[in-house]
Design a protein around this ligand. Structure first.
Ligand code: HEC
Length: 207
């Protein structure tokens, strides 16, 4: 009987960056995410940035939102350098130029890659144009701006039990951050090549 070891990576318990790859290792045929990898050190923990004083949200709401964002590790994905290397202090929560491929090699030879978005309220490159409701829905149900369900890379299934008020506090805190102009690379659809680096999250099996 074949013995099988199965590793299930919990996306909800960060740090989770495990397998690093880059666009050069990706080929259009016979691509195996496990062919070329190196072990990464755990994502660095860093403080969530100070919000700007706000006329729209109470100080209690902002304090709660900042606490929740730190607790839930949003910055571990949504910050340049947090997945690989060192977090960029001028880009805290402003999105990641390193994407995440969510894959199960049993079913996805060539998975899609998503780039954690800029969560600061810049109008062009961040969440400046998002309503509070839209933000709350994204956090709790994982529905993107285009009303499609986000890959479970962003651990919204784990966040679904957040209370409405807590999700609202997170949204208020994000809306009160100093806006940072930073456009993250576009998501890469299944089967297409990435032009920016990415890491793999997923479920792996060794034989
Ligand atoms: C494990 C990594 C990870 C963590 C942790 C994470 N996210 Fe995300 N998030 C992503 C990725 C990847 C995307 C892009 C998903 C997509 O495009 O389908 C995303 C998308 C989003 C979006 C949608 C932005 C847009 O422009 O579409 C919001 C809002 C968001 N995340 C907020 C949060 C908040 C708030 C937290 C913490 C409570 C959080 N995320 C934690 C990876 C993560």
């Amino acid at each position: 009987m074949k013995s099988i070891t199965r590793f299930v990576l919990s996306l909800a318990s960060l740090p989770v960056a495990l397998v690093m790859s880059s666009c050069e290792t990706s080929t259009s045929t016979g691509y195996n995410p496990l062919d070329d990898f190196e072990q990464l050190s755990p994502a660095t923990i860093f403080a969530s940035p100070e919000p700007l004083p706000s006329a729209s949200y109470s100080p209690e709401q902002l304090t709660r939102g900042r606490y929740m964002v730190g607790l839930l590790g949003c910055g571990s994905c949504h910050t340049d350098g947090a997945l690989v290397g060192d977090p960029n202090p001028s880009r805290l929560l402003a999105g990641s130029g390193t994407g995440i491929a969510y894959s199960s090699p049993f079913v996805d030879a060539n998975p899609g890659i998503v780039y954690p978005a800029n969560l600061t309220p810049d109008m062009e490159t961040g969440l400046g144009g998002w309503t509070m409701e839209r933000l709350v829905t994204m956090i709790r149900i994982g529905t993107t701006e285009h009303s499609t369900s986000s890959l479970p890379v962003m651990p919204w299934p784990a966040y679904s039990s957040i209370t409405y008020d807590d999700a609202l506090s997170i949204a208020a805190y994000l809306k009160s951050l100093p806006p940072v102009v930073h456009r993250v690379p576009s998501n890469v659809r299944r089967g297409e090549r990435a032009n920016a680096p990415f890491v793999h999250f997923g479920v792996y099996q060794s034989r």
